[in-house]
Ligand binder design. Structure first.
Ligand code: AMP
Ligand code: ZN
Ligand code: FE
Ligand code: FE
Length: 280
């Protein structure tokens, strides 16, 4: 069984449409794939109805949260959510707020970039962001305009958190997000918590606290985790009795990651299914 529980479509900042994504997943030999676009469930219907036979599509999402960094200051954290009720009013309202934060923030960054780089046209970028705007959309525009050579170079320069073009957004507090996902019948998994190449890290003490508040799992196997960090996350999941997942974080052409590059063990996937739809 090949199980990949973290992928993005063009509904957020990937480049495959949801149908292309599920077909590509089957072509790669996956048995299970989760669609986890940033802060939106807009790709679910297309992905589920386009699922080729032999492939199970798990409806999911990657939620933009804010946690406590190892230095005590706020740090952005991504929280994967699976199999929740997308019509839960409180949760759907919070997701709508996150998406408008995203759109507003990408517009501000695009305007700052445009002031120095006339080839950047904010309206064009915003028109091409799907349901959920993100920095990868700006990265594409910077590459297409010839301002940088690659998406990676864009993230290392103009889009870095210490760049003058960077604008922060107001994300959901991690504890609140865990509670909201549970209240909507879903399963919560902290994504790539040791991805040190992305910047400062989440305080593991907060992971211990979240485990007592209903957090279900940790993403252990991920391209941004080195061997030591993978072992650290795996040990932490064991110690706290949390589900351990692995996944590609595939973004189509916006990242150099392949579907199924990292995968989840079937016993851990079964725990996700068992944890879903429980009465909160
Ligand atoms: P945002 O959520 O708009 O702040 O953008 C962050 C997203 O950009 C992440 O979810 C990643 O998918 C992507 N990302 C972050 N760092 C990089 C990088 N160095 N290269 C390519 N994509 C990145
Ligand atoms: Zn992304
Ligand atoms: Fe992420
Ligand atoms: Fe992701």
């Amino acid at each position: 069984m090949l199980i990949d529980l973290h992928t993005h479509s063009s509904v957020s900042d990937g480049t495959d449409s949801p149908s292309e994504l599920v077909r590509a997943a089957r072509d790669r030999g996956l048995d299970v794939v989760a669609i986890t676009d940033h802060d939106t469930t807009a790709g679910w219907d297309e992905a589920l109805s386009a699922a080729p036979s032999g492939l199970v599509v798990v409806p999911g999402m990657e939620m933009s949260c804010v946690g406590r960094g190892e230095d005590g200051d706020p740090v952005p954290v991504h929280l994967l959510a699976y199999l929740f009720d997308p019509n839960n009013e409180v949760f759907a309202g919070e997701l709508e707020r996150l998406r408008s934060e995203r759109a507003e923030r990408i517009r501000l960054m695009a305007e700052l970039l445009a002031a120095d780089h006339p080839a950047i046209v904010p309206d064009e970028i915003l028109a091409a962001t799907g349901e959920s705007a993100g920095r990868p959309h700006l990265a594409r525009a910077l590459v297409d305009a010839g301002i940088v050579g690659s998406v990676q170079e864009a993230f290392d320069s103009h889009l870095a958190t210490d760049s003058p073009y960077y604008v922060a957004k107001i994300d959901t507090p991690l504890e609140l997000a865990v509670e909201m996902i549970a209240a909507a019948g879903g399963v919560s998994v902290v994504a790539h918590a040791r991805a040190r190449s992305r910047g400062r890290l989440l305080d593991p003490t907060q992971i211990r606290e979240l485990a007592t508040l209903g957090l279900d799992g940790l993403e252990v196997f991920h391209a941004d985790h080195n061997a030591d960090d993978t072992r650290f996350m795996s040990d932490l999941a064991d110690e706290l009795g949390l589900i351990a997942t692995g996944s590609s974080d595939y973004h189509g052409k916006n990242k150099v990651l392949e579907l199924g590059e990292h995968t989840t063990e079937v016993d851990q996937y079964d725990r996700i299914l068992a944890a879903a739809s429980r009465v909160p």
